[in-house]
Design a binder for this molecule. Structure first.
Ligand SMILES: [Zn+2]
Length: 244
């Protein structure tokens, strides 16, 4: 199969994105499609979202997803599925696992992580992710829940107004919850899998000169109480691949 078709099939990338990668990152794309993590994940947008029992204080105002929201989520999601297979992501993932607090299902390397996701997403649920949209999502703006399927609950405004790296990190974070990765202790760092993978997509994560370790980046972000600006050497990994 030609590589553009394969990228579209594996990651649900748009033809435009697949062509862009084939033209600008052909070697990396060729490797990424070989034995990918997060492969064949498809999104099922729910027209009439149902609030799970005991969630009515968190989710309110179920919405039929607009075309704008669907297009944005599909675009972000597909790019994110590709990005986790890039050498930059895999290297960061493997080199910083010491940040994770001990937990039963912690991966000890990327390949283990990939196999785990394949079992929890593809084998258990055919990698169909149900996307429900709400007018208000209290707290974290989004939630992922593994319950009778893989479910992600989104705040429409957050998705439509958020920057791409915010949204893509968020989607990857929530997808980890649908795979059964939980938060450990207080959310005070990046030391469980959902927070950890989100960290790898943040601006600055690829800047080894300024942030020799991710701990240096975490320290600066916690001191500034915000992300570092997404420009120059601090560009996040998704902008690195998809900015024209
Ligand atoms: Zn979470």
């Amino acid at each position: 199969m030609n590589i553009i078709k394969q990228a579209m099939e594996n990651f649900s990338l748009s033809e435009q994105d697949a062509v862009h990668l084939a033209q600008n990152h052909s070697k990396i794309l060729a490797n990424a499609v070989k034995s990918p993590a997060l492969t064949s994940v498809s999104l099922n947008f729910i027209d009439n979202p149902v609030i799970p029992s005991n969630w009515s204080n968190i989710l309110s105002g179920p919405l039929k997803p607009s075309e704008a929201l669907k297009n944005k989520v599909q675009l972000y999601f597909s790019r994110m599925c590709f990005i986790v297979n890039t050498p930059e992501f895999i290297k960061l993932f493997n080199e910083n696992l010491h940040l994770l607090r001990p937990a039963q299902n912690n991966p000890s390397n990327f390949n283990e992580f990939k196999d785990y996701l394949s079992q929890k997403l593809n084998q258990d649920y055919d990698a169909v992710v149900n996307i429900s949209t709400f007018r208000n999502v209290i707290g974290a703006n989004a939630y992922g829940l593994r319950h009778n399927g893989l479910n992600i609950y989104l705040d429409e405004d957050q998705v439509l107004s958020g920057t791409s790296y915010n949204n893509q990190g968020l989607l990857l974070h929530e997808l980890m919850h649908t795979a059964g990765y939980e938060h450990i202790g207080n959310n005070d760092g990046f030391n469980d899998v959902p927070e950890y993978v989100q960290l790898l997509l943040m601006p600055g994560a690829l800047n080894r000169k300024k942030f020799p370790t991710l701990t240096d980046l975490i320290k600066l972000m916690s001191r500034m109480q915000t992300l570092v600006p997404n420009s120059g050497d601090n560009k996040d990994i998704i902008s690195h691949y998809f900015d024209s």
